[in-house]
Design a protein around this ligand. Structure first.
Ligand code: NDP
Length: 280
């Protein structure tokens, strides 16, 4: 008997060498006994649609999408899930004939990491999120669905934080207060502080007062693999002992995509363990 031909998946980006997705999905396939092949696909900046077309013609079943193509994928999709619509961006696609189904699993991956892996329930807690880019946009509705007491978005460009706050308040099913502010207007202490700005990619510290950190709370940097970032260091110096980076979010959004494609949800613990960089 011949071996079955593996179903093909890929992650597309530019650059793409740094992507952990092939490692993660290959590990998930082994864990769940799925016969699939997952590769990296580099596309020129103006060549997203042509690269995806070619992948589909060659039998591709689905794709993850990373920078800078999440908006291109949004435009390319024929069927956008509510998560992708709210995020204004797509990070996973599934191909069925002419149909291109599109999702954004970043937000649900973040919440699953917070609530399930880190045992940090959000209900009734004050949550602060730094940044008003794509990651924050995708995270807002899944965060609000957990019914925190309040959600504050803080951003350098204040108008972006305010616009996102208005959008999220209108689209949520509950009535959690959501506000958008600049760093100088931040007040009070928060139970959960999420750094969804890209400051840690360049080892910069947002102009965040250390007084925002509740000592019994959680400080979480969505950027992963950078160890103790300036943001996490500030939290640590402010007395926060529960620190985490976004490696769990990365694994959980991948597990959501895997389950969507294959109908089986892999356990993420081994992958998270393997990819974790100590926070020192
Ligand atoms: P965007 O480029 O869309 O947005 C970046 C945001 O960061 C903007 O709001 C920008 O502010 C703010 N910012 C940039 N530099 C600074 C700084 N030095 N100080 C304060 N604010 C700053 O990025 P994304 O939203 O796509 O990604 C944000 C981070 O989240 C990245 O580090 C990314 O790696 C991480 N991420 C992690 C994921 C995971 O699975 N763990 C998934 C997705 C993202 P302004 O608007 O004023 O310019």
């Amino acid at each position: 008997m011949t071996d079955p031909i593996p179903d093909r998946y890929a992650v597309i980006g530019n650059p793409i060498e740094q992507s952990k997705s092939p490692f993660i999905h290959t590990a998930f396939a082994q864990l769940t006994g799925q016969v699939m092949d997952y590769s990296k696909l580099f596309a020129p900046l103006d060549g997203f649609a042509a690269a995806v077309d070619a992948f589909r013609v060659s039998g591709g079943h689905g794709m993850n999408v990373t920078a800078p193509f999440k908006l291109d994928a949004f435009a390319y999709a024929t069927h956008l899930a509510p998560s992708a619509q709210m995020a204004g961006a797509v990070n996973a696609m599934k191909f069925e004939g002419d149909k291109v189904y599109a999702e954004n699993f970043d937000g649900v991956g973040l919440v699953r990491d917070l609530v399930c892996n880190l045992q940090c329930p959000l209900q009734g807690r004050r949550v602060l999120i730094l940044g008003a880019g794509g990651a924050t946009r995708g995270a807002l509705l899944p965060l609000l669905a957990e019914q925190p007491a309040e959600l504050v978005i803080v951003n350098r460009t204040v108008a972006k934080a305010q616009a996102l706050a208005t959008l999220a308040y209108q689209h949520q099913t509950g009535k959690v207060p959501v506000t958008g502010v600049g760093y100088e207007a931040l007040q009070g202490v928060f139970d959960v502080v999420l750094n969804a700005s890209s400051s840690s990619l360049t080892a910069e510290l947002p102009p965040l007062p250390a007084s925002v950190f509740g000592t019994g709370g959680l400080a979480y940097d969505l950027t992963y693999g950078k160890g103790l970032t300036p943001f996490l260091k500030l939290a640590q110096q402010a007395g926060v002992t529960h620190l985490a980076d976004g490696v769990g979010m990365l694994a959980e959004q991948a597990a959501e995509a895997f389950a969507w494609w294959r109908g089986i949800r892999p356990d993420t613990a081994a992958v998270i363990h393997k990819l974790t960089v100590p926070l020192v």
